[in-house]
Write a protein that binds this ligand. Sequence first.
Ligand code: R5P
Length: 281
Amino acid sequence: MKVACTGRSRSLGARIAEHLGAGLAETTFSRFPDGEIYLRTGPLDETTVVVGSLLSSDSLVELLLLIDACHRSEVLLVIPYLGYARQDREFRPGEPVSARAMALALSLGVSRVVTVNVHKESVLSHFTVPASQVNLAPEAGDFIRGLGLENPLIIAPDAGAVPFASAVAARGGWEVDHLEKTRISGEEVRVEPRKGDPWTGDVVLVDDIISTGGTLVTAARMLRSQGARRVYAVCVHGLFAGTALTVLHDAGISRVAASDTIEGPASLYSAAGPVAKALSR
Ligand code: R5P
């Protein structure tokens, strides 16, 4: 078995290979003068684990090309961050179900798909091959435990994040609560003040995705104004669009952490173990 990764999933790919005891298929990437992507993999075995997050149009093309380059072996596809999953239905007439379009394209040439904390589980049904997800709540919980906070309150910034937040909290036996969020635009959200007894201790906001940071910045400001001592932010997929990381720190968030499904400076815990375990099943 070999592991081949796209350009932006190299660290996670190497960690998965290590967990599986598999070799890495060295892959080189370049561009033709007109901007088209070119890649070439090294020698493969009977089975190739292709690892690549769907982060951009280029990463989609890299994934499609890499799957094709591996066509002589059985391809198990790992999509650590499945982008486009938030457009999971036709919200207004004339829109695509983007999640479906991506899933159909990425089913071709692969025998199985494993992804991580997909935004909505229903998206998995659009793949035409068996598709599953792993949940990084235990790893996020272990990361929070490592912060050494005294009895933190785990908070989901909206109702959608409650199952993840509850599973994170269960890992440490911590209390969990959630806020009410209304999205005003791509960057702006409104968060209702937290109800219930005031919490003057540490708070950890947990969510599946941080994109612009707008959700967590608004939630953090509100919680601080309600007396929270320190606010931390832990997510699975740290997209950190634009200056999101700076904005989050400027909002007084003590630490921002994400997994390595999207590799960056805030990738402080790994999806490699659970993904390798899922592949071995
Ligand atoms: C939305 O439902 C997701 O779970 C996240 O809350 C959202 O993607 C975060 O986006 P942003 O960081 O731009 O507020």
